[in-house]
Design a protein around this ligand. Structure first.
Ligand SMILES: [Zn+2]
Length: 286
């Protein structure tokens, strides 16, 4: 799907095996910036290279025009095809320094963050050639990207703003109401959201887990994300049973029930998000 003159969105559906015989339908977006060369933002899951290459060919360009692949963070659905793409195209791979250990050693990531279906989502490790820092500008010839380090969802999360087209690529930095709350640290996540909200001139918000948002909808999505985190915090503050507060999995179960999330959300990954609120239990407003 063409979003602006130079920016295209590719929606990649996939399934996560959550239990024997049970899968969860999801999708993730990868983005293309067409300049003199092509910049790819995120590589989707394992085997997404075919979808990405087909899209590029159908739009009249060639996959080997990809000169740079930026990984917004190290999670499986963003780096799944990076190895395969790098092997075919030999483009530069860019990401935050905090992504290096998990992108370059998938088995280390699996040991430290064993998400369901990890090996069905990730095709292998890849070297990060170019480290990106907050405030840096990436020159793509006739178009530039400003780099924002937006941790919280992960310590390596990057967002990218293309001023010429008014497009913000946010990866997974913005939580969505009724979706699974996944963040390492709620206060850091809130700071990142406020940082993104302060960017002037956003015409399109391109996140990984939602369809493109245009105009006021873009800023609204960021407000909704902040409100969602606040409502999670409010729900945690209402829990007074010390035994529940001391046990991350019991806290997770209680919160999943309170928020009306699916039962599959009772797992260590989501428990970590809720537990991060306990550090600021004395704070009312995020
Ligand atoms: Zn993620």
């Amino acid at each position: 799907m063409q979003v602006t003159k130079q920016i295209h969105a590719i929606k990649i559906p996939f399934q996560i095996p959550v239990a024997p015989g049970k899968t969860l339908d999801r999708f993730v977006y990868s983005y293309l910036i067409y300049g003199a060369e092509i910049c790819l933002i995120d590589s989707g899951i394992k085997s997404s290279e075919r979808v990405i290459f087909d899209y590029i060919e159908k739009s009249g360009r060639a996959p080997d025009e990809i000169s740079l692949m930026i990984l917004t963070h190290s999670h499986p659905d963003h780096i799944g095809s990076a190895k395969a793409i790098k092997e075919v195209i030999n483009c530069a791979v860019a990401g935050h320094a905090n992504a290096k250990s998990w992108v370059e050693d998938m088995e280390l990531q699996f040991r430290e963050r064993p998400v369901p279906g990890f090996h069905t989502l990730v095709g292998g490790s890849v070297q990060i050639d170019r480290l990106l820092q907050d405030g840096e500008r990436i020159d793509l010839g006739d178009i530039t990207l400003e780099v924002f380090h937006t941790p919280g969802h992960s310590k390596c999360s990057l967002s990218l703003f293309c001023k010429e087209e008014g497009v913000l690529f946010a990866g997974d930095a913005i939580p969505q109401r009724n979706d699974l709350p996944i963040y390492d640290d709620v206060t850091v996540s809130v700071d990142s959201l406020k940082k993104l909200k302060s960017i002037d001139g956003i015409k399109y918000l391109l996140a990984s887990w939602s369809d493109p948002k245009e105009g006021e909808e873009a800023y609204k999505m960021m407000d909704d994300g902040l409100n969602y985190l606040q409502s999670i915090h409010n729900a945690i503050l209402k829990i007074t049973d010390e035994a529940i507060l001391r046990d991350p999995m019991r806290l997770c179960k209680q919160m999943v029930d309170d928020l009306g999330l699916p039962e599959t959300a009772v797992n260590p990954l989501i428990a970590r998000s809720f537990a991060s609120h306990l550090k600021i239990h004395d704070m009312k407003n995020l």
